[in-house]
Design a binder for this molecule. Sequence first.
Ligand code: URA
Length: 436
Amino acid sequence: MSTPSIIELITKKRDGETLSDDEIRWLIGAYTDGTVPDYQMAAMAMAIYIRGLGPDELTAWTEAMLHSGDVLELSDIDGAKIDKHSTGGVGDKVSIPLAPIVAACGVNVPMMSGRGLGHTGGTLDKLETIPGFNTSFDRDGFHRILTDTGLVLAGQSERLVPADRKLYALRDATATVSSIPLISSSIMSKKLAEDLDGLVLDVKVGSGAFMTEPESARELAETMIGIGKAHGVPVTALITGMDQPLGRAVGNANEIRESLEVLSGGGPADLVEITKALAVEMLELAGIEEATTQVERSIESGDALAKFIEVVIAQGGDPKVTEDPTLLPEPDHEIPLIAEREGIVTRCDARVVGLSAMRLGAGRSRKEDEIDPAVGIRVEAKLGDTVAQGDTLAVVEVRTREQFDSIEMDLRSAWEIGENAIDAPPLIRDRITSEL
Ligand code: URA
């Protein structure tokens, strides 16, 4: 193939024509090495945002992204290697109890997670509230911890899918994030680079999710399952509600405390339900029988908690936090947000709660921002709950009273208190699985 002209490729996509495999491979390579500048890739991203990618284009695009850098080689590790990916939400700390539960059932979990941005939190920020806990490893370090403990909870290395690192930042700045082909190829290229035997997706839908409508959440799930299938990796997706925060804790250290409750057999019912459902799917992809029983047993026996302690030690963290969660960063004040009227909670908006937590310092509005691990929000009144005037809707965990004052009005707008009882929507809305 002669070297394509980037202007011709942009023109083709803009006019709704199909890019060839060679053209896509060249484009991703040339963007990664800097031959194609950001401004031309931005035009291409917008053309894709508007025109989409056909199935063959999507496969070629994902493949080219996947091979833009290092790909893990884990074939020497015995047993199935299964990961979970969530499209992100508010209070979504599922990975933290899930990974040790699954690993305690004998499945390898090479988990690569991200950091919080905007109203959504990130697993790495939460884990790093454990004193000493390291999430940054080179390939050998990642491999060693996975071999020794059966799980690793790490960030993505600089060399894994570098094309996505550049392209995601560009999309963030050019209003081209929320495109199903671009999201699905971004997520799946990173997951396929982990050399997995199976992947479980938690595709969130609702006010606190990327996808606010059920149809688009389903389309995103089906698109990612299709990419997995084209690469021979079985994928199961659960579509789960993100209208209200998951569990009660929204923040960082407070989410570790709540995760420890789940690992000890307690925790809020919605968080426990999703964690167990995803664990069962991961075990089933690994070919483990009686998955539900195995998951229950791993929690009740204490094996899951023991596995968590093992990985905390392996990653340099202080395991004493599991016995004494007060060793985690703590806020100076816990200030209640009080209900001004009685009634039934008909809305508890995940996005508003997430944005309020971000403004307290629990999250980032820009990638470079530092987070404050101690601050956050504990949601007390959830959808369908009955509240009396003066009841606590949420407890705001802050450093100073002024921080509470600065978000009080906005946070309060997350709740709607009505007259009539409502049926809280089911948490798990749908399950889609690939047939390879
Ligand atoms: N998460 C990703 O990794 N990529 C996207 O495009 C969106 C969410």
